[in-house]
Design a protein around this ligand. Structure first.
Ligand SMILES: [Zn+2]
Length: 207
């Protein structure tokens, strides 16, 4: 009886996760009707592979050169339609990174700075760990992605513009060399400063 229950659980839990947590589908995108044309690029429409590959390689090279080596190239899923993007559990954003598991690009996310933005989130997950990245303050993780992806938009909608300005202020103070070391001190979100650099986090958390 116990064995049977255990067997049912073993079968049901992954099925439930698959059904409830659409983002888990990044791990096996083929199940969402997407085909993987290389180890790192999956496409809804394989005919657009050259365009996707060029965007991917430019973002990878650019983030690697400016922010430090990416250890594992992330898998990127390029959706041409909104239905494909929504099948992975997203709707409003242009693109999304799921921890260290992969990047999903929606129909309006096929732009060089969006790819760099998501590649930066992937690097954050690698350098800080998925859990620490998740807990880090939004002004840091989103502000960094907007600021260092060379997003050309002079004005971003709220709260992204404020996050970008906050990150730029912190980054000027911390500098490139100490970026990751000081980023680790921002964890957990809202905790009182443990270093002089950390006071930016505290100031923004109490506002
Ligand atoms: Zn972002």
């Amino acid at each position: 009886m116990l064995k049977r229950l255990l067997l049912i659980c073993l079968i049901c839990i992954p099925v439930a996760v698959w059904g409830l947590y659409k983002q888990a589908r990044v791990l096996a995108p083929e199940w969402n009707g997407v085909s993987c044309v290389s180890d790192v690029i999956c496409m809804e429409n394989a005919a657009r592979h050259p365009e996707a590959a060029a965007l991917y390689e430019e973002a990878y090279a650019s983030v690697n050169a400016s922010l430090g080596a990416i250890e594992n190239k992330p898998r990127a899923i390029f959706c041409g339609s909104q239905a494909c993007f929504e099948a992975f559990g997203f709707d409003k954003a242009a693109a999304h990174t799921v921890g260290g598991s992969g990047i999903v690009i929606g129909p309006r996310g096929w732009k060089d700075y969006y790819l760099r933005h998501e590649m930066i989130h992937h690097l954050q997950a690698e350098r800080l760990g998925v859990f620490r990245q998740w807990l880090s303050p939004d002004w840091f993780k989103e502000g960094m992605a907007y600021a260092l992806s060379r997003d050309p938009r002079p004005k971003l909608s709220a709260p992204w513009g404020r996050y970008r300005a906050q990150f730029e202020k912190w980054y000027r103070f911390v500098g490139k060399e100490r970026l990751w070391e000081e980023a680790r001190k921002l964890y957990p979100q809202g905790q009182v400063a443990t270093s002089p650099y950390h006071r930016f986090d505290y100031e923004y958390a109490v506002r």
